[in-house]
Design a protein around this ligand. Structure first.
Ligand SMILES: NS(=O)(=O)c1c(F)c(F)c(-n2cc(CC3CCCCC3)nn2)c(F)c1F
Ligand SMILES: [Zn+2]
Length: 261
């Protein structure tokens, strides 16, 4: 079978449609947010989340990113309110980044690209029995996107950075717990929201996106550590994961709503 997907020329975002036709769908993510075209929606509520420190279990190098996988067998860490109906259970969190500090986020704001982007993935545990089922439904997933600017050292992030050298190769994982994902959130929880998709194959159109307006920072050294991860497995020729960001996709017939004035 064809090489699986990735972020290089031969298997990257420009050719994903060959294996995943949803790539050309009408609610794909990420998007370029144009703040002048968003619509303030008075019915949007503040985000409400409660995360249990012990939900995170392992940190994994999945070859296209590293992700902190959480125990989602019960409703211990959930996201509610905001644009959501019901409660969404924390599943995993991961980052996207670029080859330099000049770009690497997936969502852009008024044409501005950020150095990286954090995604905190939740699924609708009130309506669906598990993540994989929820991922097939239009209201199945809720993902909080946090833009990352190159700048000050980020100390909560350092706890994650410190273990990356232990999961250098694709497929490696190590225990990672006693971590509060909200320690990575900015002070303001103002957000934009729109209906979109996974930004990685299978690109399922099942995501209510909640992109926080205020970026967080990470130092250049911290961002460089992301790029030292390998997309190659142990024993294969080393290949650094220099970039794993999908470019913005057509907005088509969608509106972005803002929670703030
Ligand atoms: N960038 S993103 O949009 O925040 C993002 C996500 F939303 C994801 F859900 C995943 N994801 C992919 C799978 C495999 C599942 C395999 C069975 C079908 C569902 C996907 N597990 N989690 C993911 F990797 C990712 F990057
Ligand atoms: Zn992501």
């Amino acid at each position: 079978a064809r090489q699986s997907w990735g972020y290089q020329d031969h298997n990257g975002p420009e050719v994903w449609h060959e294996l995943f036709p949803l790539a050309n769908g009408d609610r794909q993510s990420p998007i370029a947010i144009k703040s002048s075209e968003v619509k303030y929606d008075p019915f949007l509520r503040p985000l409400s989340f409660s995360y249990d420190l012990t939900s995170p279990k392992v940190i994994l190098n999945c070859g296209y990113a590293f992700s902190i996988e959480c125990d989602d067998t019960e409703d211990r860490s959930v996201l509610r309110a905001g644009p959501l109906k019901g409660s969404y259970r924390l599943r995993q969190l991961h980052f996207h980044w670029g080859p330099t500090d000049d770009y690497g986020s997936e969502h852009t704001v008024d044409g501005l690209e950020f150095a990286a982007e954090l995604h905190v993935v939740h699924w609708n545990s009130e309506k669906y029995p598990c993540f994989v089922d929820a991922a097939q439904q239009p209201d199945g997933l809720a993902i909080v996107g946090v833009l990352v600017k190159a700048g000050e050292h980020n100390s909560p992030l350092q706890k994650v950075i410190n273990v990356l050298d232990v999961i250098k190769t694709k497929g490696s994982q190590v225990a990672f717990t006693n971590f509060d994902p909200s320690s990575l959130f900015p002070e303001s929880l103002d957000y934009w929201t729109y209906h979109g998709s996974l930004t990685v194959p299978p690109l399922l159109e099942s995501v209510i996106w909640i992109v926080l307006r205020q970026p967080i920072t990470a130092s250049s050294e911290q961002l460089a550590t992301f790029r030292s991860l390998l997309c190659s497995a142990k024993g294969e020729p080393a290949c650094c994961l220099l970039s794993n960001c999908r470019p913005p996709q057509p907005l088509r017939n969608r509106h972005v709503r803002a929670f703030f004035h």
